[in-house]
Ligand binder design. Structure first.
Ligand SMILES: N[C@@H](CCC(=O)N[C@@H](CS)C(=O)NCC(=O)O)C(=O)O
Length: 201
């Protein structure tokens, strides 16, 4: 049975959400990423980076949340994985895009607004990264202008991967008023029952 390592209050939410969407049975090893567990010899044999998520499916072990999700979607996702090579390429594009153009800045805003202890917060980092995010937020807003989802009319792994990163906008208290397509799409994605179930894990 496919196994996912990591608590849902981490990037492990991404594969947990996807597995909940597929409906397949899976095993959840709910290890925390703060502290010793991820640095134990046993876990480092699964993910030598000492981070979550990681996945084991038979003999295959993967780390990196987006790579894990593309594998799960293709193997178990049915219509969650695009049925044409061109749409599969677009799903990859959006997944790489959100990791390289959005994730770091959004996490910096979240950490410095809400997570770090007051004395470690730096508002100039919040302002700088909010400024950097305006460009990719605009790109996503535009991409959702004519279609309800990133690849067309249907929710796919591309939406899940991108929305799972953008879901940090809410705890970071980022006002999405300037990007209404993005805001409405994000709301629709994170309200999906599979996402709500994964968050409870
Ligand atoms: N690029 C990796 C990032 C994984 C990552 O940084 N995970 C965090 C939790 S969200 C972690 O395990 N941190 C533990 C540490 O840095 O010691 C992915 O997307 O899977």
């Amino acid at each position: 049975m496919i196994r996912i390592y990591g608590v849902s209050a981490s990037r492990s939410l991404r594969p947990l959400w996807l597995l909940e969407e597929t409906g397949i049975e899976y095993e959840h090893i709910s290890i925390d990423f703060h502290g010793h567990e991820v640095h134990s010899a046993q876990y480092l044999a699964i993910n030598p980076n000492g981070k979550v998520p990681a996945m084991k499916d038979g003999e295959l072990i993967l780390f990196e949340s987006m790579a894990i999700n593309m594998y799960i979607a293709k193997k178990y996702g049915g219509p969650l994985f695009p049925d044409s090579d061109t749409d599969a390429a677009r799903a990859n594009m959006w997944s790489f895009w959100v990791m390289s153009e959005v994730e770091h800045s959004l996490l910096t805003v979240l950490l410095h607004k809400r997570v770090l202890p007051q004395e470690a917060r730096d508002n100039s980092k919040v302002e700088h990264n909010l400024h950097l995010l305006r460009q990719p937020f605009g790109v996503l807003n535009q991409a959702l202008q004519d279609n309800p989802y990133l690849l067309g009319n249907q929710f796919t792994v591309a939406d899940l991967n991108v929305a799972s990163v953008f879901s940090w906008c809410r705890p970071a208290r980022i006002n999405l008023h300037d990007w209404p397509n993005l805001r409405d799409w994000l709301e629709k994605c994170v309200k999906r029952p599979a996402c709500r179930r994964a968050i409870q894990k």
